[in-house]
Each structure stands twice: as structure tokens, then as C-alpha cells.
Ligand binder design. Structure first.
Ligand SMILES: Cc1cc2nc3c(=O)[nH]c(=O)nc-3n(C[C@H](O)[C@H](O)[C@H](O)COP(=O)(O)O)c2cc1C
Length: 195
């Protein structure tokens, strides 16, 4: 038996941003699928995300370090968010909370994930997940429109059963759908560069 490698995302360097909601457990499956597709995946978790899933899970699934702390003394000269931002070929935030969406839309950078997003030139894909009323909220709608206007890519959310017991729009897109959106990011970039 040998370790399975080689896939549609072979050699791609992806930052997986995980924010604080119940759907964070689905990010574990996403991390595993990205790795199986050949990508190197470094996970950046918000403080709230760590209330839902342990960093160790992503550490084991990806085989890469997991980043959580903005103010960790850097081992190298440049701080973690700059290093991560430079390293990434794509940033995928799944699931993305209303809070993190709002921060990115406003250009705020008060934790490692939002700083990394502000510091990167890589395309950023955002997969929101939240209660249906939060998703319908006028401020959230305006933030989502602003993200789209600024060139961020969004996938979902889908309609369906929500962990809070509601039915409606706010469910994290299926992991397969997020994978397709990640592949589309790279395909679009390759087309633009003519390779
Ligand atoms: C049990 C529970 C579930 C939550 N689910 C969501 C959710 O699905 N979507 C969301 O936007 N916020 C959700 N929240 C609220 C976020 O955790 C909160 O806004 C937090 O500040 C998000 O921080 P972050 O964006 O830095 O991860 C939930 C909170 C709790 C306690």
C-alpha cells in the first residue's frame, strides 16, 4: 500500500480559514479532500473556530502546521500573516461567519485570518454559513455585495436544514461544491495567465 497523492490540485498551496460556527466540523472533511486532491493545506483558525474544532484535527488531516495566534513570537523575521499571505496560492474560508464576512468587507484586520486575507494577493474564496435570518440581514447582504464588488469569490450558502433547527438559506455549501469552486479558482487563473 502507498500513500495516495496526485490529484486535481497537485502542488497547490492553499490556506484554509476556519471561523466559529457549527459547520466548522465540515471544514475537516474539506481539509482532507484538498489534501487528497494533492494540495498543501495550512489551516488558520479564528479563536471562535477553536471552540468548535480542535487545531490538532487539522494538523493531523493536513500534515501541516495550524495557525491560530497573531502574536506568537515569529521564528522567522516576518510575522505569520505576511508569511502565510505570501505562501498561499489561494485562500478558502469555509465556513465563513457573518462576523468574519463583515470584517473582510470592511477591510478590518484584527486576527490572524483577517490579517492574512488583507495581506495576500491570492484569490480568496468565501463559503458562508449562518442562520437564515442572519444571512437575510440587510447589513450582511450589504457586506456580501461589497465582497463581490471587491473581487472576492463566494460559494453558497445553500438552502436546507440549519444546525440551529431552522430551515432556510444559510447552510454551508456541500464540500463537493466547495471543491469545485476551489478548482475553478485555479482554472480561471491558469486561463488568465494563458497556461
Ligand atoms: C453554537 C454557536 C453557533 C454559531 N453558529 C454561527 C454560524 O453558523 N454562523 C455565524 O455567522 N455565526 C455563528 N455563531 C456566532 C459566531 O461564533 C460569533 O459571531 C463569533 O464572534 C465569530 O467569530 P469569528 O468570525 O472570528 O470566527 C455561532 C455561535 C455559537 C455559540
Amino acid at each position: 500500500m502507498k500513500r495516495q497523492r496526485a490529484g486535481r490540485l497537485e502542488g497547490r498551496r492553499i490556506i484554509l480559514g476556519v471561523t466559529g460556527c457549527i459547520a466548522a466540523y465540515k471544514a475537516c472533511d474539506l481539509a482532507s479532500r484538498l489534501v487528497r486532491a494533492g494540495a498543501a493545506v495550512r489551516t488558520v483558525m479564528t479563536g471562535a473556530a477553536r471552540e468548535f474544532v480542535a487545531p490538532l484535527t487539522f494538523r493531523v488531516l493536513t500534515g501541516e502546521p495550524v495557525f491560530t495566534d497573531m502574536f506568537e513570537t515569529p521564528r522567522e523575521f516576518d510575522p505569520a500573516h505576511v508569511r502565510l499571505a505570501d505562501w498561499a496560492e489561494a485562500v478558502v474560508i469555509a465556513p465563513a461567519t457573518a462576523n468574519s464576512i463583515g470584517k473582510i468587507a470592511a477591510g478590518l484586520a484584527d486576527d490572524l485570518l483577517s490579517c492574512t486575507v488583507m495581506a495576500t494577493e491570492a484569490p480568496v474564496l468565501i463559503a458562508p454559513a449562518m442562520n437564515a435570518r442572519m444571512w437575510a440581514n440587510a447589513a450582511v447582504r450589504a457586506n456580501v455585495r461589497r465582497l463581490e464588488m471587491l473581487g472576492y469569490r463566494l460559494v453558497g450558502p445553500d438552502r436546507g436544514y440549519l444546525a440551529c433547527g431552522w430551515e432556510g438559506i444559510g447552510r454551508l455549501s456541500a464540500v463537493e461544491e466547495i471543491m469545485e469552486a476551489v478548482e475553478a479558482l485555479f482554472a480561471r487563473r491558469a486561463r488568465r495567465r494563458g497556461k
